[in-house]
Write a protein that binds this ligand. Structure first.
Ligand code: 5CA
Length: 439
């Protein structure tokens, strides 16, 4: 992508409304624009990141055996009356009427709708277990939308729903999602710690929030320092095998959100030097809620002995749009964002330090062609800005590799590359640059 053809409205000034660094950097880097309180338009740079995150979430859900579908954003109020949540949900729910005065709502979550789909088709335990998910926009009329995409009103969520014959089966489904979440967040360069949590309006009695530690987070958390160094299961993890050893390892060390924190247990179980009490960002939450929806909504299957039983359910959310902010909170410095490669909007940026000069233009064009041909997502800063401004913009938008092409280096056959993550620099020939970055 040539920067002169791209849409990257970088802001020079720090926007006053942004209280935390990720919100400030997303606005400054031209990633998104607020259209109303808690409602954002995703501009091209931000949208690229959002799609990368979404794709990692999808791959790990698929790997764990969940099946993707897509449910609508609008739902019938009557469906929510069946579960009793239409009135219980309160002012967070955006209620709408259509031209026939039928009551609708913009979905804040999808337990009711997926239960309706399930009960229409699945009648026998032989079709279980089943886990269905979608990645769809949600709306919650939050009292205090803030921190940009971290607490929006409209936000993108991955929500999965599992269906099992009994509690033992539901726990196996829960464990699969638990492991899939460990892998999902690790692939994005994040350390997300599963912590025991309150279930809130979703219900049930077993729940974990996946929390990225950050001072700017909204949740207070307590954990054993050792939980931060536990190994994340590899790509070869067998989801059909016994996952309980992994779950045991991750849940036997103390880790809890402030809502369920037990100070006496914390002090008893965790030696003083390992006690961590900080704040964190909730990037995902998983729930086991048994028959909370299947009973009132009559989602039953015939069990092995022929009698109908309500299924045991769980739901599993990931804050896809919130993750964009959470990753920035975890990966930035004073100059800007430092994207982990897996979610970066581009892998590399070519900075032509003397646009309009034959030798730098020719060298940049060649690099741009060769990297693109090798499938590298590369941005070419072909604007006529001065070098200093190009460095600053590249640091701000956080592309992992900066390729600096200047007349002095070229005269010696050298191009400088810089890694945004640690600022390390190296000089090498153009062909080595291509090999390094495409390799
Ligand atoms: N139905 C369940 C699981 S599918 C559910 O809705 N869970 S949730 O309420 O915990 O939301 C799932 C995830 O969405 C949260 O962990 C959080 O990362 C994200 N999320 C929730 N509210 C917001 C919001 N207002 N803005 C951005 N992300 C949010």
């Amino acid at each position: 992508m040539r920067l002169t053809r791209f849409f990257l409205p970088i802001l020079k000034e720090n926007p006053k409304e942004a209280e935390i660094v990720s919100h400030r950097l997303m606005l400054r880097a031209g990633m998104m624009r607020q259209e109303a309180a808690g409602i954002y338009a995703w501009l091209p740079l931000g949208y690229r990141v959002l799609k990368k995150i979404e794709q990692i979430v999808r791959e790990e859900q698929d790997r764990a055996g969940a099946l993707e579908l897509l449910m609508p954003t609008l739902q019938l109020a009557d469906l929510w009356r069946e579960s009793g949540r239409y009135d219980a949900y309160g002012p967070e729910m955006l209620r709408i009427a259509d031209r026939h005065k039928r009551e609708l709502l913009y979905g804040p979550t999808n337990e009711e709708m997926i239960t309706e789909i399930f009960r229409a088709y699945v009648k026998s335990y032989r079709n279980l277990p089943l886990n269905l998910y979608h990645i769809q926009w949600k709306f919650r009329d939050e009292q205090r939308p803030r921190f940009g995409v971290m607490r929006g009103r409209e936000f993108l969520m991955k929500d999965a729903y599992s269906f099992d014959l009994d509690e033992a089966g539901a726990r196996r489904s829960y464990n699969k999602m638990f492991v899939a979440y460990l892998r999902t967040f690790a692939r994005m360069g994040l350390k997300a710690i599963p912590m025991r949590a309150e279930t809130g309006p979703i219900g049930g009695d077993l729940s974990h929030e996946f929390i990225v530690l950050a001072e700017t987070g909204e949740s207070g958390v307590f954990c054993d320092r050792d939980v931060l160094d536990l190994p994340v299961p590899g790509q070869d993890v067998n989801y059909d095998g016994d996952l309980t050893p992994i779950i045991k390892q991750w849940t036997s060390l103390y880790a809890a959100t402030e809502d369920v924190h037990d100070a006496a247990r914390f002090e008893q179980e965790v030696p003083a030097e390992r006690r961590v009490n900080t704040r964190g960002i909730e990037v995902g939450q998983i729930f086991y809620f048994g028959t909370k929806y299947s009973e009132p909504m009559k989602a039953t299957v015939a069990g092995p002995d022929g009698t109908d039983v309500p299924i045991h359910g769980g739901s599993y959310g990931v804050g896809v749009s919130r993750l964009v902010g959470a990753i920035i909170e975890a990966c930035h410095d004073e100059a800007g964002i430092k994207w982990p490669e897996a979610v970066a909007p581009f892998k590399a940026v070519i900075l032509n330090l003397k646009q309009g000069s034959d030798d730098t233009d020719t060298a940049c064009e060649k690099l741009y062609r060769e990297l693109s041909a090798k499938g590298v997502d590369v941005l070419y800063d072909d604007t006529d800005q001065r070098a200093g401004a190009k460095f600053a913009a590249a640091d701000l938008i956080g592309i992992p590799w900066q390729i600096m092409v200047g007349p002095k280096g070229l005269a010696e056959g050298k191009i400088e590359i810089k890694r945004r993550a640690d600022g390390s620099r190296e000089n090498m020939s153009a062909s080595d640059v291509v090999a390094r970055i495409a390799g």
